[in-house]
Design a binder for this molecule. Structure first.
Ligand SMILES: [Zn+2]
Ligand SMILES: [Zn+2]
Length: 270
């Protein structure tokens, strides 16, 4: 890119470091290109106004991956790396108004709940019933809740692991000799803690990771609570992340079988 002076290229380098540290880009080249795009505005100056513009373009790129506050703190760190103590202070230019990035609006309407606290579920729209149909575990026709097969609390850690394993995952998915594939499969299983890795996305990008992580199933409230009390979230994310695998768990199967015989009660379909 032309027209970048020395100071600005230092700032771009500092943003690039933030992108790499946050695992937002898979290579230095990508991080550099994105940093340039984020950092180049009409003027380049050590000012609050300039940093505000940087935060806005940063959010344009990564609204799905980071909250506004995370973006602000990354830009703040880059500014301090670049200008030291003289860096302009990036106050909260957006006040504390909640922002509706794609991810947070998604979280608002279908967030997974901590299904262990039934009364909290009732008052919190986090645990809203989302419709009626057949529970995928107990097979009763009943009011249903949405369960994230990979619980949201594990997403940051899962994202990191998937990015770190990206090249292995991609070579595992492409055609290759069997010995190498088996070797990669074993290593991946170890590093990702996956009971089964064949359903990983074949190419790792923000979009493919998001699709992979946002898979849901529809279960009744009783089955939902049971699943969460039987397995910790990391176990759900890495071992019991499909309905089939949930049903392979003896305890879950036993509960579903029992629930199947119970009346739906207040969750009955009218
Ligand atoms: Zn059920
Ligand atoms: Zn759940």
């Amino acid at each position: 890119m032309s027209g970048i002076n020395g100071d600005q290229s230092i700032f771009i380098g500092c943003i690039q470091m933030q992108l790499r540290a946050l695992h937002l880009c898979s290579s230095d080249e990508e991080a550099l290109a994105v940093s340039e795009a984020i950092s180049c505005h009409d003027t380049f100056e050590s000012s609050f106004h300039y940093l505000e513009n940087v935060v806005h373009s940063f959010l344009d790129y990564f609204a799905d991956e980071l909250s506004e506050n995370e973006v602000k703190s990354a830009v703040r760190s880059a500014a301090i790396d670049c200008w030291g103590e003289n860096a302009p202070i990036l106050a909260s230019p957006f006040k504390d108004v909640p922002t509706f990035t794609k991810e947070s609006s998604y979280a608002a309407d279908c967030s997974d709940e901590d299904a262990t606290n039934a009364s909290q579920l009732d008052s919190d729209d986090d645990g809203q019933l989302i419709g009626e149909g057949e529970c995928e575990l107990c097979e009763r026709t009943i009011k249903l809740t949405r369960h994230h097969l990979i619980p949201k609390s594990t997403w940051p850690r899962m994202k990191k692991k998937l990015w770190n394993a990206a090249s292995a995952i991609e070579s595992f998915s492409s055609e290759g000799d069997l010995d190498k594939q088996n070797f990669l499969r074993e290593n991946l299983q170890k590093s990702l803690g996956m009971g089964n890795i064949t359903d990983l996305p074949s190419t790792i990008s923000h979009a493919s990771i998001r699709n992979y992580l946002s898979r849901v199933c529809f279960v009744c409230r009783q089955c939902h609570s049971a699943v969460h009390s039987i397995h910790p979230e990391w176990e759900l994310a890495t071992e019991f992340n499909t309905i089939e695998r949930l049903l392979e768990c003896q305890e879950v199967r036993k509960f579903a079988k029992w629930a199947n015989k119970q009346r739906p009660g207040r969750n009955a379909v009218r």
